[in-house]
Ligand binder design. Structure first.
Ligand SMILES: [Zn+2]
Length: 392
């Protein structure tokens, strides 16, 4: 396959390449009040607290000739990070209405630790530099709980002065701790479970609109459709069935759901905390990374992986110079290059060729004596095993 030239249809991915990310307007997320919803604090319905409203993010454009199977694989992965990414998070101190107390910040730190404690390959690291942070957190009361979904945070909120996540109420309560887990679930790339098209939920649409347009949410109909009534793309669902205990599921009061019938008369209240399905699926997509073979110049590496899988290579240059690292073959991949500094991989460059006829390619000056990591996640391959990764 011909070498690609960078084009505007390709995006820098899983990265903080701010120069190449457009800062998109999501004005909806500052309008109105919204609060996170469904927590699973206690088996009690919290009508005093609202629900989480994720900001709308336009879908990335994909070549029109991409077939539906390939497209569904792309859509299922494109918002997620390459495994092994260190997500740096930052707590705003200013403006003061965004600042949280130490207790509030600690509750969010604990929620990051709980996700990490599952043994996943993603890392979370606090930073005091908003420029370094993929996740920038405010605690503005009355402004709802919300977060961008996965890589939307870098594609649509590239301004370091902008929040990518907000907590609109106390997160030190059991309910609030679930709120923190839920928003971090979004940051890892997970959508709302009650929008799972396999759930079989039939809404009483008018009742839902009436409920969420009133306090404490006060949402527009657009927000209600985006966060509740809209079925998400089947491609975004990992696993086939509905997990009503997922941390990504809201609470719903009786009467908002017509089917399954039982929720016409009883509240739907997810069990507290992360569900078994939540835990299994994050461990599957972001498994621990143990072994990293070395990628050496001019030695091609065959990519024998399936859709959604990832390979990781160490690069330890013996000469300082510019290197090109590229995939070959008819594949959709996202490739991200990191430099390991004090044991922590720091992002250098990322490239996502999915949905185009081009190949992922990064070109960087690498230095002798330093250590780098290349991560390649496969969306789709025309034929498994035909792809190759090479550095020169
Ligand atoms: Zn949410």
């Amino acid at each position: 396959m011909a070498r690609k030239a960078k084009t505007t249809s390709k995006r820098k991915a899983a990265s903080k390449s701010r120069a190449s990310t457009k800062s998109k307007s999501y004005k909806t997320k500052t309008a109105g009040s919204r609060v996170k919803a469904p927590s699973k604090a206690a088996p009690v319905y919290r009508e005093d607290v609202g629900s989480c409203a994720v900001p709308e993010a336009p879908l990335r454009a994909i070549d029109a000739n991409v077939d539906p199977f390939r497209l569904s694989l792309i859509r299922s992965i494109e918002k997620k990070w390459v495994n092994g990414t260190v997500l740096n998070y930052f707590f705003f101190k200013r403006p003061t209405r965004w600042k949280g107390s130490k207790a509030q910040e600690d509750a969010v730190r604990a929620a990051f630790a709980e996700w990490k404690g599952l043994g996943i390959g993603l890392e979370f690291q606090e930073t005091d530099d908003p420029q370094e942070a993929e996740i920038r957190i405010g605690f503005e009361r009355g402004a709802g709980a919300w977060s961008y979904v996965g890589r939307d945070a870098i594609d649509h909120a590239s301004d370091p002065n902008e929040r990518t996540m907000n907590f609109g109420w106390d997160v030190t309560t059991p309910y609030g701790r679930d709120t923190a887990l839920h928003e971090i679930g979004h940051a890892c790339g997970y959508p709302h479970e009650h929008q799972n098209p396999n759930a079989g939920i039939v809404w009483n649409e008018q009742a839902v609109i009436n409920y969420f347009s009133g306090p404490p949410n006060n949402w527009s109909e657009g927000q209600i459709r985006h966060n509740i009534l809209r079925k998400i793309d089947p491609a975004l669902v990992e696993g086939s069935s509905w997990d009503k205990d997922s941390i990504m599921h809201y609470q719903f009061s009786a009467g908002l759901i017509t089917q399954p019938e039982q929720f016409q008369t009883q509240n739907l209240i997810p069990a507290p905390g992360l569900s078994k399905v939540d835990i299994d699926r994050v461990r599957k997509f972001y498994p621990p990374i143990n072994r990293m073979p070395e990628l050496k110049p001019y030695q091609s590496q065959r990519l024998r992986i399936g859709a959604g899988d990832q390979v990781n290579y160490v690069v330890e240059p013996t000469r300082s110079r510019k290197y090109t690292i590229q995939t070959f073959g008819r594949m959709d991949t996202v490739m991200v290059l990191f430099e390991e500094i004090n044991g922590t991989p720091r992002y250098l460059e990322g490239d996502d060729d999915s949905g185009s006829s081009l190949n992922a390619n990064v070109r960087q000056r690498l230095f002798k004596g330093r250590r780098y990591i290349v991560r390649v996640r496969l969306y789709h391959a025309q034929q498994q095993g035909e792809g190759v990764l090479m550095m020169w």
